[in-house]
Design a protein around this ligand. Sequence first.
Ligand code: DNO
Length: 405
Amino acid sequence: MRQTWRWFGPNDAVSIDELLQAGVQGVVTALHHIPPGEVWSAEQIKRRQLEVSVRSDGSTSGLNWDVVESLPVSEDIKRQTGDWKQHVESYRQSLTNLHAAGIEVVCYNFMPVLDWTRTDLTYRLPNGATCMRFDFVDFAVFDIHLLKRNGAVDDFPPHIAEAAHKRLADMSDAMQASLLNNVVCGLPGAAQTMSVDDVREHLSAYNTISAEKLRANLIDFLSEIAPHAQALGMRMCCHPDDPPYPLLGLPRVVSTEADYQQFMDAVDISANGVTLCSGSLGARADNDLRGMMGRLGDRVHFLHLRNVQRESDALFGSFHESEHLEGGTDMVALIAAVLKEECRRTSTGRSDCIIPFRPDHGQNILDDHGRRTQPGYPAIGRLKGLAELRGIEAALSHPLNGAVS
Ligand code: DNO
C-alpha cells in the first residue's frame, strides 16, 4: 500500500515539509483553481509537480504527484447540457496532458451539485477533539425550512420532519446561518459565499434528470473517457457519493456496490475503476466494505481510509467521523482484503500491484485546533490516522502473521 496524502497546493496550511515529517510517500492533489470543463494545460500540471517536489528551503522533497483528486466532471457533462461534448473533449485532453507528465491515477465523482455534505464541521467529542458530522434532523431543517425546497418534507421519514420542525424553533439566527454555511461548504464554488437562491438555482437545473438518466450519462461519459485512459495506461477511479443516498431531491448513482457493478460492467475495462472510500460508503449500513474490496478489488485503483460512526439503526441517518480504527468499518479486515488483492496482483504480474491510499479526513486534535486547514483535513488528526493505518499494514504484513499469503 502506498501512503499518500491530500495536499491542496501552496495555500494549504499543511506544508510539503510537514508531509515529509509525517512519513508520506506520495501526494494527492488537483489544480483546484481551474474550473470544471477546462483543460489542465501541460504548464499548469508541471508547475504543480514542481511545487510538490521542493521543500520550503528549496531542497528536493523526493515526493511526486501520484494521484489526481479530482479531475472534476462538469455539471454540463453530468446533465448532458450546454457545451458538454466540448467538456468531454477537454477532459480527454487533460488526461493526455497528465499522462505526458507521468501521472496515471485520476479520481473523480459524479455527484450532481453537491460534493460532500455535512451539517457540522466542528462537532465536539467528549475528549475535546472535533470532527465533521451529518445530523439528519439538522439537514431536514436546512432542506425543509431554510431552503424551503418544494416537496422536501416528503423526502424525510415523518418523525425526522417533525423533529426538524421542533428543532427550528430552538435555533437562533446565528445557528441557522452556521447550518447553512456548513451545508454549502460541499457545493461547488463554496469558497465564495453562496446564497440560498444560488443553491435553488443549482438544484433546479436537475429538475428533469432522473437517477436512470444520470446513470446513463455517467456511462456515456465513461464510454468516451475510460477507453482513452486505458489506451494511455491510466486508471480512472470513481469516488462514491458522500453520504451515499439521495439528498435535496437530487439523483445519486454511486452509492452502493450494485451501483459500481452496473457502470463497471457497462464499460468493462480496467481503466474504469473505483475509489474505495470507506468513510463515504460506510455511512450506509448495507455497504459491506470488506466484501466490496474482495469483489471489486481488481478495479480498485485508490483507497480513502476513514471511518464513520452511524448514530442510528436506520439505513440512512446521522453519523459523525470517528477515529480511523473506530466506527462501523472493521479497518483491520478491510486492510487485510487490500493486502490480499495486492498479493493477487503481484502473482499475476500486474504493474499496479501497490495500491495508493490516503488517510481520509481526521479529527481536529492538539495543535489542529485553531489552524486554518480545510474542513476534515487537519495535520495531526490525519497523521494519527495514517500512523494507525500504517501500523495495521505493518502488523498484517509481518512474517509472523499467517493471515496474509
Ligand atoms: C472530501 C473528499 C471529496 C472527494 C471528491 C472526489 O473530503 O473525499 O471531496 O475529493 O468527491 O471527487
